[in-house]
Design a protein around this ligand. Sequence first.
Ligand code: DOR
Ligand code: ZN
Length: 365
Amino acid sequence: MTSFTLPKWYDLHVHLRQGDGMKAYIRAQLDMGCAGVLAMPNTKPPVGKVLKDDPLDYWCIEGYLDLIRTNGGDAFDDIIVPLYLTRDTTPDMIESGAKSGLLRAAKYYPPHGTTNADHGRPLQDFIDKDVLKAMQNNGIVLCVHGEEHGLSGAEYFDRNKTAEEVFYSQRLPKVRDALPGLKIVAEHITTKTAANFVQQSGDNVAATITPQHLLYTVGHLLQGLRYHLYCLPLLKFEDDRAALREAATATDNKKFFAGTDSAPHTTKCTPCGCAAGCFTGGVAPQLYAQAFEEAGCTLDRKENQNIFKQFLCSNGPDFYGLQTPSDTFILSREPQQIAALKTDDGDVTPLPLGLEQNTIPWSIK
Ligand code: DOR
Ligand code: ZN
């Protein structure tokens, strides 16, 4: 049986929410060897300011960090909360936030493009208002939900073109070229186009990849309408998954790293649709290991374990300037039973339980 030891890792894109479920979501992160997290700001209300004494009507990074810590997050080595870029974000907020040490990253949401993205503004607004320039000048990372906003029907998702492909071929290259010093993370990429964009950009551009986008394609979602696989950006096609697998498992991969986008929803189905988000709390390193092996990177070989370690444990902390933790955990190719996560807010179904599979091939020790 293959087992190997890894340093604890950073989940550089996760949703911890607010309210009664938080404790359980944070516990699930710690249980899967997380040394820290980048906790997304699409809470209710969103994290749209940095400091408590700012009179704007949003949550602040300072307050959300406190909330995470008091709900069990004090066990993390480090926590990054990106600022949600809204109509009220100014270059001054970026500059003073950076000086305070609380602001380390900011998140672009395409307006209305995903769960709690209603406060998002078109990317062009942040160029026009010099917000992105202030981020570049103050070393603040731009975390991007890379889908072109305002598209619908065949413009949004079609065989030859998806909103993500439009964004990475037409929108983001202009920002990268205009602000060559801006650090950008293309989050939860799903397409070959996005992977190519990252590969063809400088060292200041990197990407996160989720377990579900390495494991599944849109066919898995559609066959039986497996709504637990419904997340945004949507799962894509086989050649896209192949490009993501190739990027993550490349021997010299320095740019692609773990960010689960684990997004708990206690109610997935609504009368008029489905909440977007796959929950992988507690199981993400195991699912990444499974995906690596499905991609042909078999983890009984030491050199492949090192490639896996780069992806899970090193590339992300290197990009964000975090220390690699000295604590470790063990990943073992031994089946693990999985169950719904009980929270004070209701039950949450992790992948692949939502696909009626209650066992996964890898486990954590
Ligand atoms: O599937 C998603 N769920 N994508 C996002 O961008 C947001 C997330 C959520 O917050 O549930
Ligand atoms: Zn997310």
